[in-house]
Design a protein. Structure first.
Length: 133
């Protein structure tokens, strides 16, 4: 990984820890608003419209309502927060993973150890025959 990617990743992680997940979404919303408002009225007026708070976008209003709701009903346990996050991420209540219909393990035929060691009826004659030249 390059140093630039590591730096951006560390910056986003620290921002998430300090300000929470809403900060990352808010930065995305501000960037989108700045681009949209700058197209219409120029960069300076677009920046004023973006950060004045007079013309919030749909995403900014959703962030404000979510933060207000979180302040009114704080979750007491981290487990509750995790469950709430999981409910948001996983829309379906029933997730099932089908079992495989075939066996991935192949049967291996083992050779009898007595045959490979030369023990038993297939053993060579003792002493071995002498070859004459």
């Amino acid at each position: 990984m390059s140093k630039r990617i590591q730096f951006v990743f560390a910056l986003l992680c620290s921002l998430h820890l300090v300000a929470g997940p809403y900060a990352l979404v808010q930065i995305f919303a501000w960037t989108t608003m700045l681009v949209d408002y700058s197209r219409e009225n120029g960069l300076v007026q677009g920046a004023k419209d973006t950060f004045s708070g007079e013309k919030p976008c749909r995403l900014c209003r959703q962030i404000q309502s979510a933060e207000k709701q979180e302040k009114q009903n704080p979750l007491r346990l981290p487990k509750e927060r995790l469950l709430k996050l999981m409910e948001c991420l996983i829309r379906s209540k029933d997730i099932s993973v089908p079992s495989p219909t075939f066996s991935t393990v192949r049967k291996i035929a083992f050779v009898d150890a007595a045959l490979s060691a030369g023990i038993g009826p297939n053993a060579p004659p003792v002493p071995p025959p002498c070859w004459t030249a």
